[in-house]
Design a protein around this ligand. Sequence first.
Ligand code: FAD
Length: 584
Amino acid sequence: MSVRHDVVIVGGGGAGLRAAIAIAETNPSLSVAVVSKVYPMRSHTVAAEGGAAAVIKDNDSLEDHFRDTVGGSDWLADQDAVELFVNEAPAEMIQLEHWGCPWSREPDGTVAVRPFGGMNIERTWFASDKTGFHMLHALYQTSLKYSPIVSYDESFATKILVENGRCQGVSALDLRTGKVETILASALILCTGGAGRVFPFTTNGAINTGDGMAMAYRAGVPLKDMEFIQYHPTGLPGTGILITEASRGEGGILVNKDGYRYLQDYDLGKPVQVTDPEHPVKKSMELGPRDRLSQAFVKEMERGRTIPGPHGDFVLLDLRHLGEKKIDKKLPFVRELAKNYAGIDPVYEPIPVRPVIHYIMGGVDTDTDSATSLLGLFAAGEVACVSINGANRLGSNSLTELLVFGARAGRAAAIFATQNPDLDVEALEKQGADEQDRIARDFIRKEGGTERIATLRREMNETMESGAGIYRSERSLRDTCDKLMELRQRFSNLLIEDRSLTFNTELTSALELDFMLDVALAIGQSALARTESRGSHQRTDHPDRDDENFLKHSLAFHTDDGVRIGYKDVVITKWPPQERVYGK
Ligand SMILES: Cc1cc2nc3c(=O)[nH]c(=O)nc-3n(C[C@H](O)[C@H](O)[C@H](O)COP(=O)(O)OP(=O)(O)OC[C@H]3O[C@@H](n4cnc5c(N)ncnc54)[C@H](O)[C@@H]3O)c2cc1C
């Protein structure tokens, strides 16, 4: 038995909902399924605080947004994708306003923008410091008005169904009943978000386990640029809670244990006046890109200038000079988070912060229409790698990326589904039945086994941090890859104790760990093969950028013998690589 739609979207976050609306608008006769393992409003997009970048002000230009993004990417972004992205971004943001997103305003009523790291001019739109919440809300309520959009909430996709060289649907576990449903469709869009949970200390929600990446990878689609993992410089120690970059955009400064603005020692510009709350810090150190700031933290720690704490060393983010009025108006959520989770009121005390895993630049390899190499399979949002982010994403580009590429994926999938209505139903139903059997056999009814999910997950987390963190080397990466292979072996000896079919969280944790091990190994092997330093990928044994050999995307392919690494050229349309310089 199976259910049938024209397009199925896996993921109900920003990218998934934007894609669903685009399909309904492109061809209202198409039926669209949105499969999500949590209720859509619980997707990670809801947690985004700082804002979304798009050119809107007269003093800004598309060319500047292009240059900031390409430079920020350390020239690894595809310039055709970036051009298209910056061109389409403003219309998408205005469209979102028409759907009800309450963008914050300047006193004269125009849309307000704030500075963000690596952007040389203010261009980040925001809705106070709950931007993702408001964006997702606007998308969700808009999606409800299209009757062809059907939701499969709390439904966990486990496998992409491929027949005759075409993706034709997905198997999904209904978490309420434990039944594996076969959802058939002419096109599938993966919008499953990031994979931060392969690391121990992350801002990512517990659901960000790289499921879509692993599913695409197992179906033969390469994962691109997986070695590029973003650390955000200001996470709250011990919790993984993000203190948004907007706090630095509004003028917050970072100081070490001596109260010294240490970033001035790291080629990120000179200190500027920060005492006037009406004039935020511009083009200065704290607004350097995230990779450089996180690397500076490590150097500062090596010099013994950070503050030791129970959850690792930290530095201080000082907002006090902004004053209570501005903090309450522009950063109320930061104040709330700092008070509730660190017992600190930033109006009176600086906030302890340290780098935290935040975002994965890599993902499912797609073209600018979000199509993958597998016919009928598309991907958009954090799961995908188009790539506009290259070796380092600029903060606030990814919420806009969800809109631009979510919409493009929706339009392309709608056209593909309209042109390819026929499906191999019988063969697909057989595959669906096999998947149900696999899950029952390997997990729910599995006998024996001694390995605990939590132990394997912790060991995976630890080896990712120790071997594939802010700085890596051949030695550390080899150790990590060996460890991951060992964990993969041990996974087959997993102990499953919960046999229930209703909301079996032990089962979903096991499925997620299975996906994460694939993603982790793709990260490790891609990082091992890239013997240069670029953006967020810093090799202590290869400290320089090597354009001659590595101005190219890495592609991780799944094979029976493990990961195979290949490469693909970067698209350079108009701005040849240069030295990446900030703060000059
Ligand atoms: C704390 C935080 C703050 C951020 N702040 C900003 C910011 O200010 N500006 C900015 O530009 N970016 C920000 N980002 C990054 C940005 O928010 C994310 O990259 C983006 O929201 C991801 O959206 P998405 O639609 O791709 O995925 P998500 O919103 O993560 O949604 C993923 C969806 O996939 C579903 N899913 C996953 N696996 C499965 C499965 N196996 N079966 C079924 N469903 C599945 C989930 O249920 C969910 O609906 C932030 C990220 C974090 C973590």
